[in-house]
Design a protein around this ligand. Structure first.
Ligand code: ZN
Length: 131
C-alpha cells in the first residue's frame, strides 16, 4: 500500500513490493528472522559477522541486513549483509546482460542478421519489473 508520494513514484518505476515478490509474506519472514538476529550472527552469503542493524545511505536510515533469496527465488538463504545481497544481484544482472550482448555480437559477426538467428539470442531477461 503506497503511503507517501515517494512510494507512488517508486512503484511507478519498479513495481510495488507485492509485484516484485517483496510483499507481505516476504516482509513477515524478514521481520521474524530479524527478531531472532543477534549482533555478530554470520551473513548467509559471505559468512562474516553482521554487527549493524541499520546503515545510512544518502542520509537515509536503511536496513543493513536483507533476507536473501536463492538465484531462482524459490527459497530464502537467510539474513545477509545488505551489501552482499545487492552486490550479488548486480553481479548476476551484469553477467546476464553480458551474455546477451555476446550472443548478439556473435550473431552479427557471423554475417547473419540477428533476426534470422533467434536461437543464438537468449530469451529476454527475467526481471521483477512489470513492463
Ligand atoms: Zn555478507
Amino acid at each position: 500500500m503506497p503511503r507517501t508520494r515517494r512510494d507512488i513514484q517508486r512503484y511507478a518505476r519498479r513495481g510495488s513490493t507485492t509485484a516484485r515478490d517483496y510483499g507481505g509474506p516476504h516482509q513477515a519472514e524478514q521481520k521474524r528472522r530479524l527478531a531472532r538476529w543477534k549482533p555478530g550472527d554470520p551473513c548467509a552469503r559471505c559468512g562474516q559477522p553482521m554487527w549493524q542493524r541499520w546503515e545510512y545511505v544518502g542520509g537515509r536510515r536503511v536496513s543493513a541486513m536483507h533476507l536473501g533469496h536463492t538465484a531462482d527465488r524459490t527459497a530464502y538463504t537467510g539474513l545477509e549483509h545488505a551489501h552482499c545481497n545487492l552486490s550479488e544481484g548486480a553481479t548476476r544482472g551484469n553477467r546476464m546482460r553480458g551474455q546477451r550482448r555476446a550472443a548478439v555480437k556473435a550473431a552479427t559477426a557471423s554475417g547473419t542478421p540477428s533476426v534470422t538467428t533467434p536461437a543464438a539470442i537468449p530469451a529476454p531477461l527475467h526481471t521483477s519489473r512489470q513492463w
